[in-house]
Design a protein around this ligand. Structure first.
Ligand SMILES: NC(=O)c1ccc[n+]([C@@H]2O[C@H](COP(=O)([O-])OP(=O)(O)OC[C@H]3O[C@@H](n4cnc5c(N)ncnc54)[C@H](OP(=O)(O)O)[C@@H]3O)[C@@H](O)[C@H]2O)c1
Length: 257
């Protein structure tokens, strides 16, 4: 059975991506680290989309500053093999946000943990998914990256570095996997309307109108549409980036009215 696998999909953008694919009739596997949240999300997705197969997998792989548990990733794919599930599309949505990391205050281990999650762990997922795509005639991988790969923001040094590294990973995988009919692309959101943003009223008063020519930030559904494009509509596209940020990246300075 063909499925899309979406990481970190119990809240926020991951939910919108699950809903997009399920509403288009695709079977979905999603992950999260908390078994209770995964079970709740699975129940709610299944009630909303009774005509597709939706499976939640709780995986709390060991990721710290020194190691990434590749065995945990291998076990996830072996479990899907036992269920007869082939991950035709892998969407790498989960991310360690590395919020508030300050150069002179945070230990280097904080930096390393973010890099290990956002680059090394995602590489492991790509490796195990791609091995199966290669055997099944192809597939595709979509990174949820960030426009911070190009334009940095304060106190997020590890996150910004990790998103830059992710783009290099995306391009290298596109080169190495193209011959197996595996496409690898990246969506670069700017600000997305998640609970984190909604809890910050100052943000809504200033940022969308001043920092995006379109005057609004993205909804999760806007990101999900871009993922859908790469996965289902872009047969000849690999190693590409699609920026979904209301024009935030190309605007040089804030608009003051
Ligand atoms: N929100 C924005 O404004 C924005 C802007 C640009 C780019 N993005 C990118 O868009 C994607 C989704 O953003 P979001 O704001 O919706 O994400 P989010 O809510 O911060 O996190 C998504 C999921 O990532 C998982 N996660 C967090 N830390 C993790 C860790 N250390 N190891 C493994 N999984 C972890 C969590 O799943 P569990 O807790 O269930 O495991 C969480 O539900 C991310 O890649 C993000 O970098 C977001």
């Amino acid at each position: 059975m063909k499925s899309v696998l979406i990481t970190g999909a119990t809240i926020n953008t991951g939910v919108a991506i699950v809903e997009k694919f399920a509403s288009e009739g695709k079977n979905v596997v999603f992950t999260g680290r908390d078994p209770v949240k995964v079970a709740e999300a699975e129940k709610s997705y299944r009630a909303k989309f009774p005509n597709v197969d939706i499976i939640g997998c709780a995986i709390d792989s060991l990721i710290d500053e020194r190691t990434v548990d590749e065995d945990g990733v291998a076990e996830l794919f072996e479990f899907l093999d036992t269920k007869g599930i082939f991950v035709e599309t892998l969407v790498l949505n989960a991310a360690d946000q590395g919020l508030g990391q300050k150069i002179f205050e945070n230990p280097i281990t904080d930096f390393m943990k973010v890099l290990n999650t956002n680059v090394v762990w995602n590489y492991c997922l790509c490796k195990h998914a791609a091995a199966r795509m290669k055997e099944n005639g192809g597939g595709n991988i979509v990174f949820i990256n960030s426009n911070t790969a190009y334009r940095a923001i304060p106190d997020r040094v590890a996150y910004v570095a990790s998103k830059g590294g992710q783009l290099g990973l995306m391009r290298a995988l596109a080169i190495d996997l193209g011959k197996y009919n595996i496409r690898v692309n990246a969506v670069l959101p700017g600000m997305i309307r998640t609970d984190r943003w909604v809890k910050n009223p100052d943000f809504y008063a200033t940022v969308p109108s001043r920092y995006t020519p379109i005057g609004d930030v993205a909804d999760g559904a806007d990101i999900a549409d871009a993922v859908w494009y790469f996965a289902e509509c872009a047969r000849n596209t690999t190693g590409a980036e699609l920026v979904v940020d209301g024009g935030n990246t190309v605007q040089l300075y804030p608009i003051i009215k």
